[in-house]
Each structure stands twice: as C-alpha cells, then as structure tokens.
Ligand binder design. Structure first.
Ligand SMILES: NC(=O)C1=CN([C@@H]2O[C@H](COP(=O)(O)OP(=O)(O)OC[C@H]3O[C@@H](n4cnc5c(N)ncnc54)[C@H](OP(=O)(O)O)[C@@H]3O)[C@@H](O)[C@H]2O)C=CC1
Ligand SMILES: N[C@@H](CCC(=O)N[C@@H](CSSC[C@H](NC(=O)CC[C@H](N)C(=O)O)C(=O)NCC(=O)O)C(=O)NCC(=O)O)C(=O)O
Length: 592
C-alpha cells in the first residue's frame, strides 16, 4: 500500500513512469493507464498534453492534434497498486463475482469518455460493445466514435469548412487575387472531397478503438442487450457487470408522411456520391440549417420548408430574424409555415415534394435530387432489453429516465448522452460520462453534470453561437434587463464584396449587472463564444466586461465595447423610495 499525491494505491496495475518537462520544471508522473491522477483533482500538476487522455493514453500527439507535445525525458516502468473509493454509495470497482466493474453499451462520445475515464483514471475493469463500422448507421451498423465522430459534428464540420471556401474564393478577388486561365472561380471535385472525408472518418474510427485499447477497455463488436440488472449479451455471448452504462445515442426521425421512405436523414446527406443540383430540406433546427448552408455554399439550389414563421425555434427571436434575413441574402429559398404532406419519385428519378402552408395552400416543388428530413432525433431505446431489466423510459420521448447522477431506476444501470432527454450535444455527453465515472468509480459522490450556461453553435452560413438566456427568457426570468446590440459588416466583406452582416448581443440583468445572455451571428462566432461562455459561467458583470481592453481590429472586441443599451426592459416596477430605505435613493444611475 502506498500513498501518492492524495491517492491511495493498492492492488496491481502496470504503469509506465516517465519524467517530462513543463515550463522548465521536471515533473514526475505515470502514464499509460493515467492511474496516478488524483480522484479529487484528476489532472493537478500534469502538463496539458498529459492531462488530455486522448493524447497521453495513445500517443496521439503524433497524429496531428494541437496539444503541446510532451517531451519524454526518461521512461522507467513501475508497478503500483490502485484502489478508488466507491462513489455516491452506488458502486465500487471491486467487481466481486462480476466479469466487469463496468460494461458500456455504445462507443460514441459519451460511452468512450465514461469507459476510458473509469478504466484509466480509476482502475475499473471495463468492457464496451459497439456495432460494426459504417458511415450510415442502422440497427446493425454503427462503429467506435458514434454519431459525433462518424455521422455528426466531425464530418459535418469538414463539410462546413469545405463549403466556406466559396466565400473566400469570391472575397479574394476584392483583395486583388486573380484567377488563372478562364477567369472562373475554382470548382469542387466532389468525389475527391468525399473520398478524403471518408478516409478521415476511417482514421478516426481507428483512433477511437486505440483510445479504448490504450485505456485498457476491452472492446466487443456486436449488439448489446440487457438481460437483467447485472447481465448483458453481446451477439449471444453473456457477460456480467457490477454496473451497466447505456450510451447508445439517438437516431434521426422522419415525419410519417406518404413517401417518407424516399427521404434522407443526416446520415445519408453526409455521404452523397454526387453533389445535388436541387435539395429540399424539412425542418429548421440545427441540422436543417447546417446542411442547407453547406449545400448552398457548394452551389446546390436549396429549399428549406419549416412550420414556423422563422427558422431556429428556441433561439433568441432577434437572432432568428437576423439569421432569416442573412440566409435569404445568401440565396437560401426559405418556405416558412410550410409542412410537408407527400413525397413521390418520378420516372426520371427526381423527387417531387408537396407542402401546405397554414392557410392550406399547397405548393409543389419538382425536380428535387434529395429531400432531407431534419425533423429531430429519437433515443435508440428499442431492442435493448430495457423492459426485461425494468428500466423506465419516458413515454413521450422514448428516452431513458435518469436521475441527476445519470442513474436509472435500476441502481446498477446508468445512461448518458442522447439516449436520455437532456441536452443533445457531444460536450454534454462527455460531461455526463466524466461525472458518471467520477461518481461511480472515482470516490466523488455528488459529482454530477452541470447544465447551466451550456454554449452551442449552429454551424450554418452565417453561423450563430449563444450562451445563456435569450432576450425573451431573460425577461421572463429576471424582469429587468438591459440589452446591448451591435451590427456591422465584417472587415473581410468590406472590400471582399460579401453582403453579409454580423450581429452581437449582450443581455444584462439590470438589478445585479450580471451578463445572462450572449449571442453572436457572424464569422468565428463559435470560437468567440467559447471564451464568452467562460466569462458568463464565472458570473461576469457588464461593468467587468467594460474594463476589458479590446483586441483591435476584431469582431470579438465588440463584446467589450458596447456602451449604450439598445433597450432597457423593465417588467418589475422600480423600487419605491421610502424613509426606511434611504440608501436606495443614493444609488446613482448605473454607468455603462
Ligand atoms: N451544431 C450543433 O451543436 C448541432 C447539434 N445538434 C443536436 O442534434 C439535435 C437534433 O437536431 P435537429 O434534427 O436539427 O433537431 P431540432 O429539434 O433542432 O429541429 C427539428 C426541426 O424539425 C421540425 N419538426 C419537428 N417535428 C415536426 C413536424 N411534425 N412537422 C414539421 N416540422 C417538424 C422542428 O420544427 P419546430 O421548431 O416547429 O418544432 C424543427 O425545425 C439538436 O437539438 C441538437 O441538440 C445537431 C446538429 C448540430
Ligand atoms: N477542437 C478540435 C477538436 C478536434 C478533435 O477533438 N478531434 C477528435 C475527434 S472528433 S471530437 C469527438 C469527441 N472528442 C472531443 O470532443 C474532445 C474535445 C475536447 N478536446 C475534450 O477533451 O473534451 C469525443 O468523442 N470524445 C470522446 C472522448 O474523448 O472520450 C479526435 O479524437 N482527434 C484525434 C485525431 O484527430 O487524431 C478542433 O475543432 O479541431
């Protein structure tokens, strides 16, 4: 038994101990299982590279990630023994008579993160199962990496980046660049682009397998099915586990209209062999507008049909209006208040889409190559054996019901990510996975995900990023708010020729001066919003923002230079001055 950096060590595990240089000082730590990370402060004293298990467990720094590379000064092998305290009264990783401490079903972002944290940080004996690799998922196909890596965030972002070159090619002319030869802008070689994208997905699938392997997680390919509270089957082979984690994600859902089988989901639209000439999209959420923008940027004729007056329901209303106008300016054909009724295929292979607006007026759109149903996603709870194990699911959404620690009503069964009805974002699934591992294996009972001020971005053209409350939500919750806005033409557009505008908005709770909502539309807004999210999470006030010196010239500087409110909204009556509250009378008007 030995004590090291606040962690109690016992039991046998092999780790590689090495020394690495960080800011001139030599640190000493252990690698390969990440075991020496303290359960209370997992990465204290580690360099950024080592603290990121993507890098430290698999040597991924060589694979092109941007973490600062570790310099291996010296490597020796040592044997240490590890025990993590049991958490939340729920679990320990003394597997007793079970095959595993943890068996995870689903190797997507949440499942991979939870499994490798439990194994490498807390020494748990972990196995995971996942369906065979495919770019388009089904009941039988999936692959390590899951939706985000193989069929969502990552391939989507590659296509977003690819599409955005069209603006740069055009703008470059304004900055003096000239085309060679016939004067035409570059054209996309779609097949070559898809080939490169597909190769990258295969590489990432391999990276995720290695990631699990490096953390000591056993990988089983096949469909997992729960038999009872501690037993599951993977393609007929039985295993027992002290804890079972369900991280099987969600699947695109299509409206049940006539001809719906002729439509595509986001899985297939990421994997088209040919660039479509004409594309129809149903819905106006994240997926609808991201793909509408991608294909619009690549030159397709894109039509978006949605049942609201404005796209992106749930976002700040002023931003929705701004986005609507910018989309139209960029040539998206927007069809508000239109719901689809039927899709049919003609002899020429082209599709026809029938839609009706709120007044019942029908529109027929012909000559479509593909119809994308971007009408939301449903949790993958079918054929998992949940009923047999007695796991409760929400009737309306089909999602697994969990408590604040991600535990189901069956104490040994847990669920994270999109299979639960929380926030369907990869970083949220990662947070849930890490909180679960800390709680169940890391001795941090009480570790739970924090859903306050989760930032997100719609990677459309233009993009939109937000953190905190919308103006409408802020008014309802706080009553008294000050709203600051700024709209401008990004410098790239001034002589580049683009017509698009950027928009930025701060919402301040006027009673406390806290910034409670930040929204931005325009280039780099996702990158900028990540920093603003830190400030909002830390409770930044408007006065504190005003003390920050801007970086000039940048779009981001607008967030620290907005001086006059665009409007001050007061729902609560101003406090009455009474003799008992003389100090109120002395409060000067708030300076901005
Ligand atoms: N960049 C990111 O972070 C991304 C995140 N995601 C995540 O994935 C989730 C799923 O995305 P997405 O599929 O776009 O889902 P969303 O819930 O964002 O949007 C669904 C769209 O379908 C419409 N819709 C639903 N039912 C019907 C119906 N019966 N008739 C007509 N229209 C209908 C909705 O309309 P209405 O608004 O009227 O309900 C809405 O426009 C998102 O919520 C997000 O969490 C996905 C992609 C990117
Ligand atoms: N911020 C980078 C993200 C790139 C990135 O993280 N790529 C991932 C793949 S997709 S991203 C998939 C997602 N990873 C993350 O979200 C990592 C995000 C952050 N760095 C963190 O550590 O929290 C995930 O599924 N995580 C599960 C887990 O970490 O257990 C990767 O593994 N790259 C290796 C390589 O390129 O060789 C960018 O935009 O360029």
């Amino acid at each position: 038994m030995m004590e090291m950096a606040g962690l109690t060590l016992h039991g046998l595990a092999t780790v590689t101990s090495h020394r690495l240089r960080s800011r001139g000082a030599l640190l000493h730590s252990c690698r390969a299982t990440g075991i020496l990370q303290s359960s209370l402060r997992p990465f204290a004293g580690f360099s950024p590279c080592q603290a990121n298990p993507l890098c430290s467990a698999t040597g991924l720094q060589a694979a092109g990630r941007s973490h600062r590379p570790c310099r291996l000064e010296q490597a020796t092998r040592c044997q240490v023994q590890v025990r993590a305290a049991s958490g939340n009264g729920a679990s320990s990783h003394d597997s007793g008579h079970y095959d595993y401490d943890l068996f995870t079903i689903g190797a997507g972002s949440g499942g991979v993160r939870a499994s490798r944290f439990a194994a490498s940080n807390y020494g748990a004996k972990v196995a995971i199962c996942e369906l065979p690799f495919a770019r388009v998922s089904s009941d039988k196909l999936g692959g390590a990496g899951g939706t985000c890596v193989l069929r969502g965030c990552v391939p989507k972002k590659l296509m977003v980046i690819g599409g955005e070159f069209s603006d740069s090619f055009r703008d470059s002319m304004g900055f003096g660049w000239e085309t060679l030869g016939n004067g035409q802008l570059p054209q996309v070689a779609w097949e070559r682009f898809m080939e490169k994208k597909n190769k990258e997905l295969e590489r990432l699938n391999g990276v995720y397998m290695k990631l699990l392997d490096g953390a000591g997680v056993e990988y089983f390919e096949g469909r997992g099915k729960i038999i009872d509270a501690h037993t599951l089957e993977v393609d007929g082979k039985r295993f027992t586990a002290k804890n079972i984690l369900i991280a099987v994600g969600a699947r695109a859902w299509r409206l049940p209209i006539e001809g719906t089988e002729l439509t595509m989901t986001s899985d297939e639209i990421l994997d088209l062999e040919k660039l479509p000439r004409k594309l129809a999209i149903i819905g106006s959420g994240y997926i609808a507008l991201e793909f509408a923008s991608i294909y619009n940027n690549y030159g397709s004729d894109v039509h978006v049909f949605f049942r609201q007056e404005l796209p992106l329901r749930g976002f700040d209303e002023e931003c929705r209006q701004f986005m609507n106008d910018q989309y139209a300016l960029r040539g998206l054909n927007l069809h508000p208040t239109h719901s689809p009724t039927k899709v049919a295929k003609g002899e020429d292979g082209k599709l026809t889409l029938w839609t009706k607006d709120r007044s019942g007026k029908e529109t027929v759109t012909e000559g479509i190559d593909h119809v994308l149903m971007a009408t939301g996603r449903k949790p993958n709870t079918r054929n998992l054996g949940l009923e047999d194990a007695g796991v409760d699911i929400e009737e309306s959404s089909g999602a697994i019901k969990v408590d604040e620690y991600s535990r189901t009503n069956v104490p040994s069964i847990w669920a994270i990510g999109d299979v639960t009805d929380r926030i369907a974002l990869t970083p949220v699934a990662l947070m849930e996975g890490m909180a679960f591992a800390k709680n169940a294996f890391g001795g941090e009972s009480g570790a739970k995900p924090d859903y306050e001020n989760v930032a997100s971005a719609v990677f459309s053209s233009p993009p939109l990023a937000s953190v905190g409350l919308t103006e409408e939500g802020a008014l309802a919750e706080y009553g008294n708010i000050d709203v600051f806005t700024s709209s401008f033409r990004p410098m790239k557009a001034t002589i580049g020729g683009g017509e698009g505008k950027a928009f930025m908005k701060l919402i301040v709770a006027s009673d406390s001066d806290k910034v409670i909502g930040v929204h931005m539309i325009g280039p780099d807004c996702a990158e900028i919003m990540q920093g603003m999210a830190v400030a909002v999470k830390m409770g930044v006030t408007k006065q504190q923002l005003d003390t920050v010196v801007g970086i000039h010239p940048s779009s981001a500087e607008e967030f620290v230079t907005m001086r006059s409110p665009a409007r001050q909204l007061r729902e609560k009556p101003e406090p009455q001055k009474t003799e008992k509250e003389p100090e109120l009378a002395a409060v000067p008007p708030k300076p901005y």
